[in-house]
Design a protein around this ligand. Structure first.
Ligand code: SAH
Length: 220
């Protein structure tokens, strides 16, 4: 496949799967047009890279559906230079979209084996110096780097982890799936030191969060 064909496929993905479903932020749409999602999916699935669904990336993880990445990114309101925490970096695709928007990204991934490949992809695409991606438990947040203008999680917790709320800057947004079998993607905004507002973005289906903020049966 030539680069031009791939760019066309990406443009079509953004138009039909993302813009047509109501994601309107032009910066988010432009970032999704630029990041080569193909390089973030396993080689045998590359023909499906721009399809309208999640894909398995090994270790029980999935690269999220393009629309879900776009909707979460829009809801997180990422400004250039913003400090952002990402939980469940997986393939590094969402990480790349955040870096493309100019964010300073702190990314945590539970599965050690996913970390080095994700880092290598991000470095090869030139995002390396905007991203610090490490193996860690996102349920604890990253207190040394807090406060964050935005926190995005790609793994579902049974309840909103207090550590994450506390690591938001005032005005910051936490975009997080909550629930078990039935999940809701929530957008929690820190309105003041002790006040938070919560809105539901959409029903969701993410892998369960492991570690301290996960369900007891999600595996420590
Ligand atoms: N944004 C990623 C999504 C990967 S799936 C992508 O599009 O590729 C969700 C990821 O969350 C999995 O890789 C899983 O290992 C990770 N995860 C689950 N619990 C976690 C935790 N407590 N801390 C960090 N990562 C976690």
């Amino acid at each position: 496949m030539t680069t031009t064909q791939e760019q066309r496929e990406r443009a079509r993905m953004v138009e039909t799967q993302i813009a047509d479903r109501g994601v309107a932020d032009p910066r988010v749409l432009a970032a999704m047009r630029r990041v080569p999602r193909r390089l973030f999916v396993p080689e045998r699935l590359r023909d499906e890279a721009y399809c309208d669904h999640a894909l398995p990336i090994g270790h029980g993880a999935t690269i999220s559906q393009p629309y879900v990445v776009a909707a979460m990114t829009e809801a997180a309101q990422i400004e250039a230079g913003a400090r952002v925490l990402e939980i469940g970096a997986g393939s590094g695709y969402q990480t790349a979209v955040l870096a493309e928007l100019g964010a300073e990204v702190y990314a945590l991934e539970w599965v050690a084996d996913l970390v080095a490949p994700a880092r290598a992809r991000l470095a090869a695409l030139g995002y390396g110096d905007r991203v610090d991606l490490r193996r860690g438990d996102g349920g604890l947040g990253w207190p040394e780097r807090a406060p964050f203008a935005a926190i995005l999680a790609a793994a579902a917790a049974p309840a909103i982890p207090a550590a994450l709320r506390e690591q938001l800057a005032i005005g910051g947004r936490l975009v997080l799936p909550v629930g078990a079998a039935a999940q809701e993607l929530l957008v929690i905004r820190r309105e003041g030191a002790r006040s938070f507002s919560t809105a539901s973005l959409m029903p969701a289906r993410f892998v369960p969060m492991r570690g301290v903020a996960g369900a007891a049966d999600a595996g420590a």
